[in-house]
Design a protein around this ligand. Structure first.
Ligand code: NAG
Ligand code: NAG
Length: 684
């Protein structure tokens, strides 16, 4: 039975091969499914990165989220940020003994009484509007800011704190409806008459919403569109876009109002060639990283805002719908699921089509709905609070038909500092030592920057060198146009003991006066060896900057910072410097304003020149300093020390000072530093 034997063997072989064939078919199907899954998931990702990477490297780099740092920062935020309720009675009770202990522990040196007003001598002759050195305008505005400021400060001093504030509280509820309307309605013509600004006198609050009914205009040709790539310089680009902004109108005079939310739908003309919506913020005249919605729904792992995605999907002209639906159909069949019905909406705005847009303030950010559909969400950024959003503007290629704002706050935000200030003796400055100190740090700040000052107190001002009074830091603040702010400021100054009031009306062009006041305080009040100037959004590594100063041999004059050589004034544009203001072609070498150090001899020179009315003043305080140091250097040598680690824009690893840091970032940097890591916190 040879045959039979071989037959059975053959049968066995057949069976074996068919078995293995079956298995390999199964494997193939498995691989196929995996492949389809990967392809459907990856397509949007590939498109996304190619688009942004191809056109703008920077955009691609900045849109990559830094998850780990974000998370750690948020953890920190949870632990550190919620401030205690403002409670004068309690804090006064508990602080007395605590403060005494602190005083005893911090310094055994004799201490000085608290002085909250700068002792820099201004008088009628200080500001001379007939000066011939190009500073006529500055002297004129300084003179009036000084005269008004003196009266305002007298008023603040004489108003009996308790009486005024109690009076305010009692009066407010009765007159609320007048000053803080619950809702605002404007027709298109009223909106135009108001300069395309809707004033929100008391800002926004949680749940406030603003509805804008409008119609985008048809695209028009533009020769130099800022939002497009110009291929042919002679060929105009068709553009249709508009900008809706929430702005903080109550800011320092002369400074651009912060753009708390910048919402910019680009129907036509964007460099990507497609409709997009850009959102951003502008803080201290510095733009943040733009968030672009390009028609792809935000990825599942991206941060959501009150549970909403940052960007919704809309139909793009490059979507291949047939392919997509085919592959999903195929996949659904394989997995055995029924087909899911999805519907894609077109871009929310179309030329000459009416839209109804509603912007609402949520817990975590702003949400924009158009025609009843959610379009974008934008998480709150920086130290802005909702009360600070005091104006809505709509500009660009759009006709506004009406604006409605409702669910607005019914109390005035004069109570806003209460949310930021944490009246705990833990954050009080140690009293001034009688003897000289190594380093004095003067920090420029504005009256209403309560949150910024609090973040500085809770972060780098906690450094052991400051706690032990080897280094002293003080905020230099001028007077605010609103009386409530000044009253709060005075109380804040008395409580924390770290504010020096320079009594003139604050103005962006007059910050140079605060710089002179810093020098004066540094040499007279604390008798510091070195004087440093910073801003309230500058994070300073106290020991590191002091080391830098100590590296220069004893007895030499020094000027340390991120030094600009051969910079020229901008002669046109919004921030232009006129030839009257600065007649020379170049600026002197000058250290960038956010963080620089001087030796005390230089400060003596500046103060004595100022007091003898011989100091030339220029509106840019850092350039002024460069000019004064240059003058000094012509008779006595000054050691100029340049380092990029005194950061002008943001932060670099191993920084000495970081700039444009929001209150959240300040706390994050401090937390890193306490763990011995001078790492940046690049989330705004
Ligand atoms: C409300 O304010 C107005 C002035 O703005 C004042 O004339 C009026 O008396 C106030 N009303 C009350 C009830 O205080
Ligand atoms: C400082 O003065 C010295 C000596 O006159 C000069 O050589 C040097 O260039 C000056 N430095 C600057 C930065 O102006």
């Amino acid at each position: 039975m040879k045959r039979g034997k071989s037959e059975t063997r053959l049968d066995k072989f057949d069976m074996f091969t068919s078995l293995s064939r079956q298995r390999s078919i199964q494997i193939l199907i498995g691989v196929g499914i995996m492949y389809m899954l990967l392809v459907t998931l990856e397509i949007p990702f590939v498109f996304n990165t190619r688009l942004s990477g191809g056109v703008s490297q920077e955009a691609a780099a900045t849109t990559l989220p830094r998850r780990s740092e974000l998370q750690s920062e948020e953890d920190l935020q949870d632990k550190d940020a919620p401030s205690r309720p403002f409670n004068w009675v309690n804090s006064a009770e508990t602080t007395h003994s605590e403060q005494q202990q602190q005083q005893a522990a911090a310094s055994s040196r004799p201490v000085k009484a608290l002085q909250i007003v700068s002792s820099l001598r201004f008088d009628a002759e200080t500001f001379d509007p007939s000066r011939k050195d190009g500073s006529v305008e500055l002297h004129r505005s300084a003179k009036s800011a000084w005269e008004v400021g003196r009266k305002v400060w007298e008023e603040v001093e004489s108003s009996e704190e308790g009486a005024v504030l109690e009076g305010d509280k009692k009066k407010k509820p009765l007159n609320q409806s007048e000053s803080c309307p619950h809702s605002i309605t404007l027709s298109g013509s009223q909106f135009l008459k108001g300069g395309k600004v809707v004033e929100l006198p008391c800002g926004l609050t949680l749940g406030s919403h603003i509805t804008v009914v409008g119609k985008p205009r048809a695209a028009h040709p533009e020769m130099e569109p800022k939002i497009a790539l110009v291929r042919d310089p002679d060929e105009p680009v068709m553009v249709s876009q508009f900008i809706m902004e929430l702005q903080g109108l109550n800011t320092v005079e002369g400074e651009d109002p912060p753009r708390i939310l910048h919402f910019n739908p680009r129907l036509k003309g964007d460099w990507s060639g497609r409709p997009v919506i850009e959102q951003n913020t502008c803080y201290r005249m510095q733009w943040g990283v733009a968030s672009r919605c390009e028609g792809w729904k935000s990825k599942a792992d991206d941060e959501t805002v009150d549970g909403q995605v940052k960007c919704e999907k809309w139909i793009r002209d490059d979507d291949d719908h047939s392919e997509e639906s085919k592959s999903t159909w195929w996949l659904n069949r394989l997995i055995g699921r029924t087909k899911k019905v999805t519907f894609d909406w077109p871009f929310a705005f179309a030329e000459e089509k009416l839209f109804v847009l509603t912007l609402s303030a949520g817990l975590e950010g702003y949400h924009v709905n158009v025609d009843g559909r959610h379009i974008t969400s934008f998480p709150y950024r920086t130290g802005f609070t909702l009360e600070e959003a005091t104006g809505l503007t709509v500009n660009g290629d759009v006709d506004v038909h009406s604006v409605f704002a409702a669910s607005l706050p019914t109390t005035h935000p004069s109570t806003a500092p209460q949310k930021h200030l944490e009246m705990s003796s833990r954050w009080k400055a140690p009293p001034l030592p009688e003897g000289p100190v190594d380093l004095f740090i003067g920090i420029l700040s504005a009256g209403n920057h309560f949150a910024e000052r609090m973040a500085v107190r809770k972060s780098w001002m906690q450094h052991r060198l400051i706690k032990s009074s080897n280094v002293v830091a003080r905020f230099f603040v001028a007077l605010h146009a609103r009386k409530e702010v000044n009253l709060e400021l005075k109380k804040e100054a008395e409580f924390f003991g770290d504010i020096v009031i320079v009594p003139y009306m604050d103005n962006y062009d007059l910050v140079v006066l605060k710089t002179v006041a810093i020098c004066e305080y540094g040499i007279r009040t604390v008798r510091a060896k070195y004087i440093m100037k910073g801003d309230d959004d500058t994070f300073i590594r106290v020991d590191t900057v002091l080391n830098e100063a100590n590296k220069v041999p004893e007895g030499r004059n020094l000027y340390i910072g991120n030094i600009n050589y051969y910079h020229k004034p901008m002669r046109y544009g919004k921030w232009a410097v006129t030839y009257e203001e600065w007649p020379e072609e170049d600026y002197p070498p000058y250290a960038n304003g956010p963080g620089y150090i001087l030796s005390s001899d230089l400060a003596h020179f500046i103060v004595s020149k100022f007091e003898s009315h011989k100091l030339r003043l220029f509106k840019m305080e850092d350039v002024s300093m460069g000019m004064w140091v240059e003058q000094f250097n012509s008779s006595k040598p000054v050691e100029y020390v340049h380092s990029l680690k005194f950061c002008q824009f943001g932060c670099i690893e191993g920084y000495y000072t970081a700039h444009y840091q929001s209150p959240r970032q300040m706390l994050c940097l401090w937390n890193n530093l306490r763990q011995g890591r001078p790492h940046c916190c690049n989330v705004r």
